[in-house]
Structures are given as C-alpha cells and as structure tokens.
Ligand binder design. Structure first.
Ligand code: CUA
Length: 153
C-alpha cells in the first residue's frame, strides 16, 4: 500500500474516532439529549393526568407563564392563547394520538410532540403581535389545517 494511502486511511479513521468520542462524551458525560425524554405520560389517559386535565395559560411567577397544551388530530387545546410581551413562557405539551409538531413562526421554537412524552420548551416573546403556530409533522388527512395563534400583547 502506498504511503499516501496509509496517511489518508489513518487520518480519516482518526477523524471518525474523534467525532464519536465527542458525541459520546456529550451524550453520556454531559447528558446532553432531548429534554422530552425525561417526563412520560400514558397517552390514553391525558385527559385525567395533571396538568393536562386542565389545559390553559397560567401565571407562574412575576413575569412567567406556563401554557399547558394538549395536541391531537387536528387541533391545539387551548385554542386561544394570550401572553404579555417580554414574559417568559414555558409550553408544556403532550399529544393524545400521533406525533405532532409545535412550531412558532418567527421564533426558534420548533418542537416534536411525541405520544407518551411531555415536551417542554421556553420562549420569551419580545415583540407584541400574532404568532402563528403550525404542526410540521405529517399527522393525517387534516394535517394542513392544524394550526393556531398566540397573541402577545
Ligand atoms: Cu398535527 Cu400535522
């Protein structure tokens, strides 16, 4: 085998090992992973399980809110959401049936909501306005109509 080929092989193998070590270190030593895997729920008992037995917008602190939301084909409950501008809003989400998406247009919020899991995502809306929420996981025949809005005042 020519010397140049040996160098290439060693280099590419070394780079792959390096990447695997970094990913492994992040996953196991730093415990970086999807946060939704920390809390689970029986997807057939969402209506009876707190906090999802009472979906809505709740003030949890001085300038903090929690939105408890249930997703199902093809709607978001509650449908009307209003929060003040500048408040820290934590969305606590779950789904009763299949995988749905929770994407808020013009923000970095883009979550996958998986049956059996509780998804939490926090956002501060600086600008008042109407924010469009869209499902971006194909969930059935009415997927394209699955959406809602968040009013920030
Ligand atoms: Cu829900 Cu697509």
């Amino acid at each position: 085998m020519p010397r140049s080929e040996k160098i290439w092989l060693t280099l590419s193998f070394g780079i792959i090992m390096g990447f695997m070590l970094i990913v492994g270190y992040q996953a196991f030593a730093l415990e970086l992973g999807p946060p939704s895997h920390k809390e689970t729920i029986d997807p057939q008992k969402v209506d009876e399980t707190a906090p999802f037995d009472n979906p809505g917008v709740f003030q949890t602190g001085d300038n903090e809110y929690e939105v408890v939301m249930v997703l199902q084909a093809f709607s978001y409950t509650p449908h009307e959401i209003e929060v003040p501008a500048g408040a820290k809003v934590t969305f606590t989400l779950t789904t009763k049936d299949v995988i749905h998406g929770f994407q808020i247009a013009r923000t970095n919020v883009n979550a996958m909501v998986v049956p059996g899991h509780i998804q939490k995502i926090t956002q501060t809306f600086k600008e008042p306005g109407e924010y469009l929420v869209l499902c971006n996981e194909y969930c059935g025949i009415g997927h394209q109509i699955m959406g809602t809005t968040i009013t920030v005042k």
